[in-house]
Design a protein around this ligand. Structure first.
Ligand code: G3P
Ligand code: CA
Length: 263
């Protein structure tokens, strides 16, 4: 029943390691993730970096908005120390990754993440979320497509966004790229399982499914796979498995994969 549910690591194995660092992504790959989720933001000098928040304050020792800093400024910051490693004795497989300290703390560019995926022995997918794309009037999407074209990876690549406009831009530029419409809640016009033009895959919060479990069947009937976030709680994993979702996006890929295998 559950073998077909893909496990997508949210910001890497971000329960264990600092989110959006190479260490977190290496760990996610070692944990058996089918794909890696990352948020991309554009720096003041036009680079795409993997950072969730508008500002760097929470996840680094710096301050300020990503959009006001250049890549060289971000390169000076420590994006790892805010999150101390958890008990390694429980997870001896993590030792090698934690020994690579610069990878644990350096800002990650999208290019470097794509390199990591390209170097990986098995195909690993990517789910790349455009953050605050409207601010840049299409530059985030065009840069993203340039970077993807220059750094091909063997696994599937999908672009995700809360912004339907961002996905429409991607679709217009590259109709072959999969697109995921993220949804914190269901708008009345999407309750029947339909999606805005430009989106193929439904990306509801797991809270949507708790309130409205029938949504998965309606989205499937409308022809849309369902990728759910952020699925960390065992009860939510069980719910997603029961409803037959296509992918779960989680901060704890190994734990979730293990639970899915047991169900
Ligand atoms: O995978 C979708 C999810 O990441 C959206 O929320 O805030 O974690 O980017 P957020
Ligand atoms: Ca995200």
């Amino acid at each position: 029943m559950t073998a077909d549910i893909a496990v997508i690591a949210h910001r890497g194995a971000s329960e264990d390691a600092p989110e959006h660092t190479l260490t977190a992504y290496r760990q996610a790959i070692a944990d058996g993730s089918d794909a890696l989720e990352c948020d991309v933001r554009m720096t003041a000098d036009g680079h795409l970096v993997c950072v969730h928040d508008r500002r760097v304050n929470r996840t680094s020792n710096g301050r300020g908005a990503v959009s006001s800093l250049e890549l060289a400024d971000l390169d000076e910051l420590d994006f790892g120390s805010w999150k101390a490693p958890a008990g390694d004795e429980e997870r001896p497989d993590r030792g090698e990754a934690y020994a690579l300290e610069p990878e644990r703390s350096r800002v990650l560019t999208l290019e470097r993440l794509l390199e990591l995926v390209a170097e990986t022995e098995r195909p690993v997918g990517l789910a790349i979320e455009t953050k605050h794309p409207t601010r840049w009037a299409g530059r985030v999407e065009s840069r993203l497509l340039e970077v993807l074209a220059a750094n091909p990876v063997p696994g599937p690549v999908r672009v995700m966004s809360f912004s339907a406009r961002s996905l429409q831009r991607v679709r217009a530029a590259d109709p072959a790229l999969g697109t995921v419409q993220l949804m914190r809640f269901l708008l009345p016009r999407h309750r029947d399982g339909g999606l805005p033009a430009g989106a193929d895959i439904a990306g509801p919060s797991v809270r949507v499914l708790r309130r409205d479990p029938g949504y998965v069947a309606r989205a499937h009937r409308a022809g849309h796979p369902v990728h759910v976030w952020t699925v960390d709680d065992p009860a939510d994993v069980e719910l997603c498995a029961r409803l037959g979702v296509d992918a779960v996006i989680t901060n704890r890929p190994r734990t979730v994969r293990d639970q899915l295998r047991r169900l």
